[in-house]
Design a protein around this ligand. Structure first.
Ligand SMILES: Cc1cc2nc3c(=O)[nH]c(=O)nc-3n(C[C@H](O)[C@H](O)[C@H](O)COP(=O)(O)OP(=O)(O)OC[C@H]3O[C@@H](n4cnc5c(N)ncnc54)[C@H](O)[C@@H]3O)c2cc1C
Length: 387
């Protein structure tokens, strides 16, 4: 049998565990964290206890070393629970991934092992700090510099829109080390500790959705970083920052599927309860067609995510497929949540009902980890360059 759409027993168990966690620990507090923007520490403590944090860190650093496909089932369920809390959890994975891919064993032992060890008053968090005030899509426009002085690198510049910045113990930072080369070996990645002199973390941004995931700017002023904290080789920064997305984009896309599924389930439930013209609105064909499109697109989106993840686990290049999953699922979640609000009519527009939060949460999927326009640029580039 060459094609199998099923999950293994282990993956089914992972999915059930993540689903129970989402239902029992995330959903009950999702509205509170949306209203207040309060960082979900209590949920994260429990997530660490049950093994839902840092899932891709390898056993040699105390983690489970889960594969990309395993990550799909977890990401979908967590986002079904609350994608704001899910993003706070998954941002660790984004910052860790380039270190897993390119970091020395010593660097992994120093920065990844303590994150899986637990035992602290709160879980250890980290952040992926690439975007800058003037450079998001255009990563080659980075202005943060790292200059070698003696046996140290001195970093100056600022980052913007960094998830987990306010709570992270360390940052994965990409800086320009050779302005003449940029993406062709002129950018270098570093681990910078939050406690280092010259690191200033900005105010929390109050965003449209996913409001409890902590997004801030960071400024680096003559921050001295040891040579040991270079991730990979000098000049590997661009390559590592982009390679991480081949792992994380399918997972972010599956999170979008989780939000869309939540919205569809709410819409189905409401459509069977709400009556107009003497019958449940579920009997109106216009409502049925909206629900049918939701179900079809959610299934299609999940399959794109699974394929991209399966390719990664099989050791195949999946840059195009990861971008396809991201572009498609981000649009699906926006469309599905918007139509879920439509199914609820006026009640959908009210904070008293769950779907307006889902619609606000959905928008970011078209922006972070590369906008929907950038995904399409990547897909087209891969189409023209791959033989
Ligand atoms: C809540 C949130 C969390 C985030 N978390 C992180 C994080 O943890 N780490 C991190 O490094 N970054 C993070 N980001 C940054 C995010 O990845 C960027 O915002 C995103 O890549 C877009 O960059 P920009 O905001 O500078 O928009 P721009 O790059 O200025 O784009 C503006 C618009 O122009 C379009 N555009 C740009 N170039 C092209 C082109 N060549 N062709 C067609 N259209 C184009 C874009 O698609 C977009 O619609 C986060 C952002 C947000 C809002």
């Amino acid at each position: 049998m060459s094609i199998d759409f099923g999950l293994s027993d282990e993956q089914l168990a992972l999915r059930d565990m993540a689903h129970d966690f989402a239902k029992n620990e995330m959903r009950p507090v999702a509205a509170h964290h949306d209203e207040t923007g309060e960082y979900p520490w209590a949920v994260l403590v429990k997530a660490q206890e049950v093994g839902l944090l840092n899932t891709h860190v390898g056993p040699e650093n105390g983690g489970l070393g889960l594969g990309a496909m395993d990550g799909m089932v977890i990401a979908e369920e967590l986002a079904w629970g609350c994608s704001g809390i899910g993003t706070a959890m998954e941002a660790n994975g984004l910052a860790q991934q380039p270190v897993i891919l390119g970091g020395s064993e010593a660097l992994k032992a120093k920065y990844l092992s303590p994150m899986t060890a637990g035992g602290g008053a709160r879980p250890s968090m980290c952040a992926y700090a690439v975007t800058e005030p003037g450079a998001g899509s255009d990563v080659q426009g980075l202005k943060t510099t790292a200059v070698k002085k003696g046996d140290k690198w001195v970093i100056n510049g600022s980052k913007m829109w960094i998830t987990n910045a306010g709570v992270a113990d360390w940052f994965f930072v990409v800086a320009v080390t050779d302005a003449a080369k940029l993406a062709r070996g002129g950018m270098t990645a570093f681990i910078v500790e939050r406690a280092q002199a010259g690191v200033t973390v900005g105010k929390k941004e109050y965003n449209m959705g996913q409001r409890c995931s902590d997004t801030r700017g960071i400024t680096f002023e003559d921050v001295e970083v040891s040579e040991d904290n270079v991730v990979g080789q000098v000049g590997d920064g661009w390559k590592l920052a982009m390679a991480a997305f081949d792992y994380t984009r399918p997972s972010v896309s599956c999170a979008a599927v989780g939000v869309a599924r939540a919205a569809m389930e709410h819409a189905i439930q409401y459509a069977t309860e709400r009556k107009t013209f003497g019958q449940p609105i579920a009997n109106h064909q216009a409502i049925q067609f909206m629900l049918a499109d939701m179900a079809t697109e959610i299934d299609a989106g999940r399959l794109l995510c699974w394929k991209a993840a399966w390719m990664k686990d099989a050791g195949l290049r999946n840059t195009k497929e990861a971008a396809m999953a991201k572009a498609f699922c981000a649009d699906v979640v926006m469309r599905t949540t918007t139509n879920a609000v439509q199914v609820f009519g006026g009640y959908g527009y009210s904070e008293e009902y769950p779907v307006e939060k889902l619609m606000r949460d959905a928008k970011i999927f078209q922006i972070y980890e590369g906008t929907s326009q950038i995904q399409r640029i990547i897909i087209a580039r891969e189409m023209f360059s791959r033989k």
